[in-house]
Design a protein around this ligand. Structure first.
Ligand SMILES: Nc1ncnc2c1ncn2[C@@H]1O[C@H](COP(=O)(O)OP(=O)(O)OP(=O)(O)O)[C@@H](O)[C@H]1O
Length: 274
């Protein structure tokens, strides 16, 4: 169970601090798949990164299986994060390491003894059907294969939680289906609580159990996907209603928000996480 309690994230700015996540409370049942949708700039990625404290909330609590992550010291948090895997839109693999070495690296950071790393990395790659690509470098892999290496890397440390930030935005529709199938199988077989941020309505419909709709930093609506099958149910928000129509990808940028941190800074933060 992930319990997001009264979480706010405010980005400082000289003239006008920006509230990216505004007092969000959300309970994500253990073993479920939670979709988070909303227009661009709604705060989805920030909320996702709040869950593993990649972006530490300004206030509120993140409680994962009874442990309040916001109350941990650095060393405790580092250990807790080994149970929270994360995958990113652009995979974030190290190009100078091959597939198995990329996976081994996360095991090294997790403190797994060297003698066990190769075996566990190969096992994780086998789960995503990449046993024949273990020595391939990222430049030799397709987008879908790279994302599967990233999934293997996240899985290798045996996480209880898997956070997915736009996991299929950089791959074609057929590869999207395959990546979603792996995520869905992993959720079903390993019981990993999965949180997916996406613009793609068909992704949410295909994989999520529950959906939270964000607008201007707040969660403004929640429902379970099964209720979409009930003709009497109409989501309250426009974005929720898009879920009923097909194949609509949301891409509206707000014009008033400050610029996000530079891409370089973000990518450094993400690399330090794996
Ligand atoms: N490090 C940062 N510093 C300042 N503002 C930020 C920072 N990160 C994000 N923001 C702002 O916070 C708001 C929410 O960003 P976030 O990336 O969480 O939205 P999102 O819903 O995931 O958007 P998208 O779908 O476009 O990725 C945006 O207006 C963004 O510009």
């Amino acid at each position: 169970m992930i319990n997001i309690k009264d979480v706010s994230t405010v980005f400082p700015s000289a003239d006008n601090p920006f509230v990216a996540v505004d007092n969000v409370s959300l309970e994500i049942p253990r073993g479920s798949i939670q979709g988070i949708i909303g227009f661009s700039g709604a705060g989805k990625s920030t909320l996702l990164r709040n869950i593993n404290l990649l972006e530490r909330p300004t206030s509120g609590q993140i409680i994962v299986d009874g442990t309040d992550l916001t109350a941990l010291n650095d060393e405790e948090l580092r250990r807790a994060r080994h149970h929270i895997g994360m995958i990113f839109q652009h995979f974030n693999l190290l190009n100078n390491r091959n597939a198995v070495e990329n996976v081994e690296l996360s095991l090294k950071f997790a403190g797994v003894p060297k003698k066990d790393r190769r075996r566990r990395a190969l096992e994780a790659l086998a789960i995503v059907d990449l046993a024949d690509k273990t020595t391939a470098y990222p430049g030799q892999l397709s987008g879908g294969q790279k994302q599967r290496v990233a999934i293997a890397r996240a899985l290798a440390t045996e996480p209880k939680v898997l956070l997915c930030d736009e996991p299929t935005s950089a791959v074609d529709p057929r590869t999207t289906a395959s990546v979603l199938q792996y995520l869905s199988d992993i959720n079903a077989q390993l019981g990993i609580t999965t949180v997916i941020v996406t613009h793609e309505m068909n992704v949410v419909k295909a994989i999520a159990d529950n959906v939270a709709v964000m607008e201007d930093g707040a969660v403004v609506e929640q429902f379970d996907i099964a209720s979409l099958k009930n003709p009497a149910f109409t989501p309250a928000t426009a974005i929720g209603r898009y879920l009923i129509s097909d194949e609509i990808s949301l891409d509206r940028k707000p014009t008033t928000a400050p610029a996000p941190a530079s891409a370089a800074t973000e990518s450094l933060k993400e690399e330090s996480y794996v």
